[in-house]
Design a protein around this ligand. Structure first.
Ligand code: 4AD
Ligand code: MG
Length: 477
């Protein structure tokens, strides 16, 4: 493998010839000698290149501008200067790709996140986005590591599907029919003539098929793209996001809570242990950003402290009913500070979730046993006839990080609930069959990957933790 800057910095072989390739962050110096900060993406650290005018021609030096791509041949030496322990004295520099400073927009200054979203094709070269996407990678790797170490099998649910797992009807249609003159039947588009011979959509969740996997392999998890056509233009919603959905045979709600807590702590710990430099940079970025906010909006903890804190806490577990009681008794409610009404039966709004997590408990919370009418058809019904064995994991700054439940494994109860809720039973005959043949208690949950990355990086907007965000009115790149 070719040497990258991360390896050179970790295991320097001084006074030897080396070749490094990367993008120029900055160039400073004088007529005689220039110092180039070179980054190749392997680490947040730059390698300093010393370009002496005696060896490197003026034409070449002129082309060494922020954003240009260069290959440097030279000698690695221990650095005399302050600020770095080593540097490369260049014998020759080849310009692989110029970046005309009059046109290249990502200059070595601070750009707004909004501006960089419009430059998403180039933003991975910035220090901030380099750090975010390395952390995103580390977390994805840790997901597979965790499940592999714990006997789960990676299971791929289909992306194109005929079923609406969440029953929320927020799906993107997949079709190859002509948009000019599609085949019609009784005045409506006839999807029997479509590619799959039926209506198909992009999946909103891999759960239903993950359950099929769990009923044979015992422990499975999915980790794939998920699509929701909900018109939520918020800092927490994407139209295309990645979800991790483990599904476990013989797990009840208690086991599900134990697993999700252990899993989330493992992932955060993994980032703390493996992404220290990137996190330290993002912590500083966040502190600078917070300084521009009002005092009461500033967070009490710095990023690393917050991550360490969350890992050290037992998540607070309580029922939805208990949570509503707390909200109703809060001063916040008495002073009418909630925008949305609080009463038993409502789908908790983000302001309610954040109150519980950030003001009341001041740590992650797992809410369970929600009213059945605000949850999906597949959740196991409680004996009270009113609630289901659901669980949502709520995090500071994020709100809902995870949604999950124990599943209804009783055929009759499931079918009755599907009929009550108007879920198409014909389309889900295969799902129902798992309750007919060898049914078993089981449970699972879905973790929104970008919400996790958002929490770990301390970023403020979900559009900044996925390389190419998809949101209403935006599918650029
Ligand atoms: O709560 P949700 O809708 O649950 C499910 O889809 C279940 N089938 C999961 C399961 O039990 N296997 O979504 C799960 C998580 C949410 O808690 C949230 O973190 C994330 O997915 N999520 C989104 N993330 C980004 N953008 C969106 N539009 C999201 N919608 C949900
Ligand atoms: Mg949910």
């Amino acid at each position: 493998m070719k040497q990258r800057i991360i390896h050179i910095l970790k295991n320097p072989t001084y006074d030897q010839k080396i070749t490094v390739k990367g993008w120029v962050k900055t160039k400073r110096g004088s007529k005689n000698v220039n110092f180039i900060a070179l980054n190749d993406g392997s680490t947040i650290q730059n390698l300093q290149i010393v370009a002496d005018a005696e060896k490197i021609s003026e034409e070449i030096l002129k082309l060494i501008q922020t954003g240009a791509c260069i290959a440097v041949n030279g000698t690695l030496i221990a650095s005399q200067g302050a600020g770095q322990s080593m540097e490369v004295t260049a014998d020759s520099i080849e310009i692989l790709g110029e970046a005309n400073p009059d046109e290249y927009k990502i200059q070595a200054k601070s750009h707004s996140m909004e501006f960089l979203r419009e430059q998403a094709h180039l933003r991975s070269r910035t220090t901030t986005f380099g750090a975010i996407f390395r952390i995103r990678h580390a977390l994805a790797f840790a997901v597979h590591q965790y499940f592999n170490d714990n006997g789960f099998f990676y299971w791929n649910s289909p992306i194109i599907t005929g079923s609406d797992a969440e029953g929320a009807g927020q799906m993107f249609r997949v079709t190859t029919l002509s948009d000019q003159n599609p085949p019609l039947e009784d005045g409506k588009v006839n999807y029997k003539e479509d590619f799959f011979g039926q209506v198909t959509n992009l999946t909103v969740s891999g759960q239903l098929e993950a359950e099929l996997g769990a009923m044979g392999l015992g422990l499975v998890y999915t980790f794939g793209p998920t699509f929701r056509a909900e018109n939520s233009n918020t800092a927490r919603h994407l139209a295309e996001f990645w979800m991790i959905e483990p599904e476990m045979a013989f797990y009840d709600l208690q086991d599900n809570m134990d697993l999700v807590e252990n899993f989330l702590k493992y992932l955060i710990n993994y980032a703390l242990n493996n992404c220290a430099e990137d996190l330290a940079f993002l912590e500083k970025r966040l502190l600078d950003e917070e300084k521009t906010k009002k005092k009461e909006e500033q967070s009490e903890m710095a990023l690393l402290e917050k991550l360490t804190f969350v890992v050290a806490q037992d998540f607070q577990r309580l029922t939805y009913t208990e949570a509503v009681e707390i909200l109703l008794n809060s001063n916040h409610h008495k002073k009418k500070k909630f925008q949305y009404e609080v009463k038993w039966g409502i789908d908790l709004q983000s302001e309610h979730e954040r109150y519980l997590v950030e003001k009341h408990f001041k740590k992650p919370v797992i809410l369970t046993d929600y009213p059945k009418d605000i949850k999906a058809f597949y959740m196991k019904q409680n004996e009270d006839g009113k609630t289901v064995r659901a669980m949502d994991v709520l995090f500071p700054n994020i709100g809902e990080m995870v949604g999950g439940s124990q599943r209804e494994e009783n055929y009759d109860k499931l079918l009755t609930r599907m009929r009550e809720m108007g879920v198409h039973e014909e389309g889900l005959w295969w799902y129902l069959e798992t309750r007919k043949f060898g049914t078993a208690p089981h449970a699972g949950f879905g973790l929104g990957f970008e919400r996790l990355v958002l929490f770990v990086t301390g970023m403020g907007n979900i559009r900044d933790v996925i390389p190419f965000p998809r949101t209403p009115q935006n599918a650029a790149f």
